[in-house]
Design a protein around this ligand. Structure first.
Ligand SMILES: NC(=O)c1ccc[n+]([C@@H]2O[C@H](COP(=O)([O-])OP(=O)(O)OC[C@H]3O[C@@H](n4cnc5c(N)ncnc54)[C@H](OP(=O)(O)O)[C@@H]3O)[C@@H](O)[C@H]2O)c1
Length: 291
């Protein structure tokens, strides 16, 4: 039985319609260049529509990979596909590995997270569901579903191209994790400092909500958002492994950049205002040597 008849999993016609609409997402995301408000993270403010950070992250990021898994488990049968090639399963596995971290481990590991406004939460949820429908549809039935189709998809060097893409994916994932962890470390250090002060009778332990410092490890030496840059490398690797003609994987990269680039550029301004231009001098926002 379908979760939503003809939509989840999607029929070919609905898959193509959703993919077509998905191509216009950068227009919506570019509104961020015009609007100064962003109800999340550093720029979150008090609002009755706020959702606590951890709950927001788990609930807005999990539906995507769960939907992709659901589509992978239902759509092939509807198209008479008894066993998908290993490439489809590996790519779905990479997607699930990333989101097991992003949607489940990441919110649990953060020492603290600012609240997320309901509007930002709803936009992220729509992003996840649309992206998972497009990628899931392609991986489960509407992309290559035989070994011969994969050879043609990644010609002339199918194994090398898949390995290169998967390698880039893992390098991006590792770098994304590493730089996320550097941000966590800032708050872990502050927790330890507050506890030390409390032990020495200098005050109460307390929390680290909204405690910010200028991170310095790894690519933070030259970038303010290396975790974003690393994530883009990760999904570019995924796209290469899918084959450059894979439109859902290409739109994932394009739409991530469209939604995260304004955040990084405005984030640089936020760092300059908070810590002073002098301390930020020489650091790019998100792309080394470019922006
Ligand atoms: N935002 C998006 O649109 C988006 C989309 C796809 C993937 N991602 C990925 O999700 C991850 C998190 O994204 P994000 O936009 O939330 O990143 P972010 O604004 O850099 O924040 C990441 C976490 O670190 C904390 N933090 C940020 N800067 C800090 C600093 N200078 N000192 C101490 N703590 C700091 C934040 O705390 P607060 O919450 O209290 O600010 C938050 O918990 C990244 O790896 C990114 O690649 C994000």
């Amino acid at each position: 039985m379908a979760l939503i008849q003809d939509w989840a999993p999607p029929t070919k016609e609905h898959y193509e319609s959703i993919l077509f609409i998905w191509k216009f997402f950068p227009l919506a995301a570019s509104l961020q260049w015009l609007i100064s408000w962003y109800g999340m993270g550093k720029t979150s403010v008090n609002s009755r529509f706020n959702i606590p950070g951890r709950i927001a992250w788990v609930t807005m990021e999990s539906p995507g990979f769960l939907l992709l898994l659901y589509i992978m488990n239902t759509l092939p049968q509807q198209h008479g596909i008894t066993d998908l090639p290993w490439q489809n399963k590996v790519l779905a596995g990479l997607f699930v590995i990333h989101y097991s971290y992003r949607a489940v481990l990441f919110p649990l590991m953060q020492p603290s997270m600012s609240p997320v406004h309901g509007v930002v939460w709803a936009s992220a949820l729509c992003f996840q569901l649309t992206n998972a429908t497009c990628l899931g549809g392609w991986l489960a039935a509407y992309g290559p579903t035989t070994e011969a189709a994969w050879r043609a998809q990644l010609a002339p060097f199918p194994t090398a191209q898949f390995a290169l893409g998967a390698g880039l994916f893992y390098a991006g994932l590792a770098a994304n994790y590493y730089h996320d962890d550097e941000l966590r470390e800032i708050r872990r250090r502050e927790i330890a400092r507050l506890e030390r002060v409390a032990r020495e009778g200098g005050g109460r332990g307390g929390g680290v909500e909204k405690h910010y410092r200028i991170p310095t490890a790894g690519l933070f030496k030259i970038l303010l958002y290396p975790h974003y840059f690393a994530e883009w490398i990760e999904w570019m690797g995924f796209w290469i492994a899918c084959g450059v003609s894979c439109q859902p994987a290409m739109m994932f990269v394009v739409n991530e950049i469209a939604s995260m680039l304004p955040r990084a550029v405005k984030g640089k301004r936020w760092y300059e205002e908070k810590f002073g231009k002098e301390k930020i001098r020489g650091k790019w926002a998100v792309i080394p040597g470019v922006l």
